[in-house]
Design a protein around this ligand. Structure first.
Ligand code: LLP
Length: 418
């Protein structure tokens, strides 16, 4: 599953001791295993080989240059949501013909840059957006390809904030409008609307919701085809769940076994957009215990990492396993693991049974590779932490810790305060 394991009582990432990285870069930091993240990508590619999909890594889950280059070098495409991600993907060497662009709010600047780049597909989320792309493409005298992101109006068993396939959410286009657009293609002469896109949500551990949504979409595509519409691409999005606690998620192969028959029958070019499945368990967040305190009601383990570094527990009440980096035989006690930030929501775990730890102990917060660093902030004027990648017995800093100078960059006093 992943390459974080104990060797001689020490947590290692591949063949590198986590404590050795801490000694070299200080704490807190993110640590990624090259082997785990590339293995996960290859697993998907292998499981779906029959339809030879374009596997576009959802870069929103982890946009580090070294992470995306590791995948691009193996043939991955990239799923982007902003011009920033697009520019970075290009720097990492992504093939524009393997880039897909979803976002409910693409700006004119973003659309123009993506057209100039020659990306494979715009995943369009509304009719006004499609008209806008057509207008901009006309101005640039270019023709582009687009898939319509369908909102299939299906529930997804995951956290409310990360379900996307219901009409109560802002994503995609309802089926009636989608059909109207496909049938009025002539209104968009600079856009070849030849694809369908779905993404029903994230951290979905079972196959049924995907199968249900896909069946609905495929039936809809058949209907469109009968009415003379030509479709070439089917982008099935991301959303595959991983193990954080005691989930028993489907493997890439289980997922493939369930949906390959449906995909094959369509004869369409398949695109996939996994994010968390590839990088989630390939990364950990390492933090150091600063103090331990007991207020008579609760015991708190206060660490140097905070909600600004990893916001998932606060935002989604997400569970992340926490393990001391040095194995200990100390008895387990119930603690809250909290950060230094001025909010009660600044926690990594509530009432967690952990071996008793002392000051200076290192803790690994597991499965933090996806939506970890990318969602971090400078709240409380805290510099963002470094990211480190391990390959075999080597490790390298792939993003430096932000300095105070970085934190002050761009800020200035107005004349009237000088
Ligand atoms: N494609 C689209 C259009 C998406 O919106 C997303 C994720 C993905 C693919 C990748 O989904 P994945 O395979 O990673 O589940 N911050 C939240 C997750 C937000 C997901 C946003 N969209 C979290 O920490 O759980």
């Amino acid at each position: 599953m992943h390459d974080f394991h104990f060797k001689n009582g020490e947590l290692c990432c591949e063949n590198v001791k986590v404590s050795a990285v801490a000694k070299s870069v200080g704490t807190p930091f993110y640590l990624y295993s090259y082997k785990t993240l590339t293995d996960h990508f290859l697993k998907i590619q292998k499981a779906f080989a029959k339809v030879n999909p374009i596997v576009c890594f959802a870069m929103k889950s982890n946009g580090n240059l070294a992470v995306i280059k590791s995948l691009i070098d193996l043939g991955a495409g990239i799923d982007i949501v902003s011009v920033g991600e697009l520019k970075k993907a290009l720097i990492a060497g992504a093939d524009p013909k393997k880039i897909v662009f979803a976002s409910v709010g693409k700006t004119e600047e973003e659309i123009a840059f993506a057209i100039k780049t020659g990306i494979l597909l715009f995943n369009v989320e509304s009719e006004p957006e499609l008209s806008g792309i057509n207008r901009i493409a006309k101005k640039m005298n270019k023709t582009v390809q687009a898939a319509l992101r369908i909102n299939p109006d299906v529930p997804a068993p995951t956290h409310e904030y990360i379900t996307t396939g219901s009409l109560k959410k802002k994503f995609g286009i309802d089926l009636r409008t989608t059909k109207q657009i496909f049938k009025s293609q002539r209104k968009y002469p600079y856009v070849k609307v030849n694809g369908v896109h779905i993404h029903i949500g994230s951290q979905i551990t079972e196959g049924e919701p995907f199968v249900g949504a896909l069946k609905k979409v495929v039936a809809f595509i058949e209907e469109l085809r009968h009415e003379g519409v030509t479709i070439e691409y089917l982008d099935i999005g991301g959303g595959l769940g991983i193990i954080y606690k005691d989930e028993n998620p489907q493997t890439a192969q289980d997922y493939a076994d369930k949906i390959l028959p449906i995909l094959e029958k369509t004869g369409l070019k398949i695109i996939m957009e996994p994010g968390r499945f590839i990088i989630g368990n390939a990364g950990i967040f390492v933090t150091k215990v600063l103090y331990v305190k007991d207020n008579g009601v609760k015991k708190f383990v206060i660490v140097d990492g905070g909600m600004n570094d990893l916001i998932r527990p606060m935002l989604y009440d997400a569970y992340h396993e926490i393990v001391p980096v040095k194995k200990t035989t100390a008895a387990k006690i119930k603690v809250d693991v909290v950060g230094p930030i001025c909010e009660s929501g600044d926690f990594f775990a509530h009432d967690r049974l952990l071996p008793k730890v002392d000051r200076e102990a290192l803790l690994a917060i597991m499965s933090a590779g996806a939506y970890g660093y990318v969602m971090s902030s400078n709240y409380n004027i805290r510099g963002r932490v470094p990211e480190v990648m391990v390959k075999g017995n080597q490790f390298e800093v792939i993003r430096e810790r932000e300095s105070f100078k970085d934190l002050m960059r761009g800020e200035k006093l107005p004349k009237f305060l000088k």
